[in-house]
Design a protein around this ligand. Structure first.
Ligand code: NAD
Ligand code: UD1
Length: 351
């Protein structure tokens, strides 16, 4: 079975490529590399020892996308591609609305034209806005606080309208909580551009000496130690969740929405302490002001995914920190051109 993975060179996409290839799927990747490197795909090929096809292409390129669908007998699409930085989305709202929405519309139109109607879509816990209570179930009130979040909310609605228009469509919307960690090999991981916005890449860059200290955004929240609490999920568990969602969506129509998280919350200070334990070094930090827009606590109710997808996140905080550290310490500068392996492009075919 052939699966098109949009954004497959990115953080979550590259980990999902590995799970799909290892499960025996044929994989086709489309990515414009705007926030990623082809080296991640070289590494996927190296880790799995499997072939797959990569098209360096923007999803807005309708003609190019049609060519992909005409060349490959695609059975389903996992759609990761999009812009994802909250702060940037406030600065560049038009770019976020244009890219995230238009590319998804074009993708769905081309899918329809080529009679492909099974889709797994990357949404985010950000669609819960400012939740009153955690754990957060899928039927909790929705609302977004920034343009990025609003693109996810709008896309969820668009996909529901699409599925309502024809029973052919089977769509799985996955709301990720906070993905961290990396593949066990240490060869692929999160590779943010510039100074990281998110906690885990920030901690690991402090650990490796690239940044001086972690700014802990607020210590006066109503939480275990006053710092923000989140549901961190290992990216490999998340990738495996996509396989379960794909299997499910192949056999049904309509839209299903699932939280992908662990159901457990950890504070910022707990994450720093966990990372210190596995890295065997201290992580300097200072308490700073609250980050505007942040909430105190956010963690998932995962019962629906547990029951309907037969999926549970298995990896704990220690393994998440260990794997993040292995990736960061063996690739302190992320994907570097000269750091690619000898196998290079050999195992994959590039279009
Ligand atoms: P990422 O930036 O690492 O991956 C996204 C990929 O899409 C990149 O490789 C980028 O080059 C590609 N891309 C962007 N615009 C494109 C376009 N127009 N055409 C073709 N390719 C394009 O991000 P990620 O962390 O892997 O996230 C994947 C998806 O999951 C995104 O939709 C994101 O919004 C969502 N998500 C991520 C998180 C997170 O914390 N990482 C949390 C919730 C939801
Ligand atoms: C952020 C995004 C959210 C997105 C999610 C995906 C914002 C406001 N929200 O959520 O839309 O879906 O990432 O991963 O950007 N922290 C620090 N110091 C830091 C960085 C973070 O103390 O340098 C704290 C934050 O205040 C928060 C926790 O660490 O309590 C996690 O932050 P982060 O990794 O940015 O994730 P979210 O805020 O949950």
């Amino acid at each position: 079975m052939a699966i098109l993975i949009t954004g497959g060179a990115g953080y979550i996409g590259s980990h999902t490529c590995i799970e799909l290839l290892e499960a025996g799927y044929e994989v086709v990747v489309v990515d414009n590399l705007s926030n990623s490197s082809h080296i991640s795909l070289n590494r996927v090929a190296e880790i799995t020892n499997k072939n797959f096809t990569f098209y360096k292409m923007d999803l807005m390129d309708r003609g190019g996308l049609e060519l992909v669908f005409s060349r490959h007998s695609i059975d389903a699409v996992i759609h990761f591609a999009g812009l994802k930085a909250v702060g940037e989305s406030v600065q560049l709202p038009l770019s976020y609305y244009y890219t995230n929405i238009t590319s998804t519309l074009i993708l769905c139109e081309v899918m329809n034209k080529y009679n492909v109607h099974k889709l797994v879509f990357s949404s985010s816990a950000t669609v819960y806005g400012r939740p009153e209570l955690s754990p957060i179930a899928e039927d909790s009130p929705l609302g977004a606080t920034n343009p990025y979040g609003r693109t996810k909310l709008m896309l969820e609605q668009i996909l529901q309208d699409l599925a309502a228009s024809s029973e052919q469509w089977g769509i799985s919307i996955l709301r990720y909580f906070n993905p961290i960690g990396a593949h066990k090999s240490g060869k692929i991981g999160e590779n943010p551009n510039g100074i990281p916005n998110n906690l885990m890449p920030y901690i690991s860059q402090v650990a490796v000496g690239k940044l001086e200290k972690v700014n802990v955004f607020g210590s006066d929240y109503e939480t275990v130690d006053g710092t923000g609490v989140r549901d961190y999920i290992h990216v490999v568990d998340l990738a495996k969740g996509h396989l379960r969602a794909l299997e499910k969506v192949m056999g049904k129509s309509g839209v299903d929405i699932y939280n992908l998280g662990t159901g457990q919350g950890y504070s910022v200070l707990e994450m720093i302490a966990g990372f210190e334990r596995v890295a065997g070094r201290s992580i300097p930090y200072q308490i700073a002001a609250r980050r505007p827009g942040d909430i105190a606590v956010c963690f998932a109710d995962t019962q629906k995914a547990n029951a309907e997808l037969n999926w549970t996140a298995e990896r704990g905080i220690e393994e998440m920190c260990e794997d993040s550290w292995r990736w960061q310490s063996s690739n302190p500068n992320g994907y570097e051109e000269n750091s690619s392996s000898v196998r290079e492009i050999a195992a994959a075919s590039w279009e």
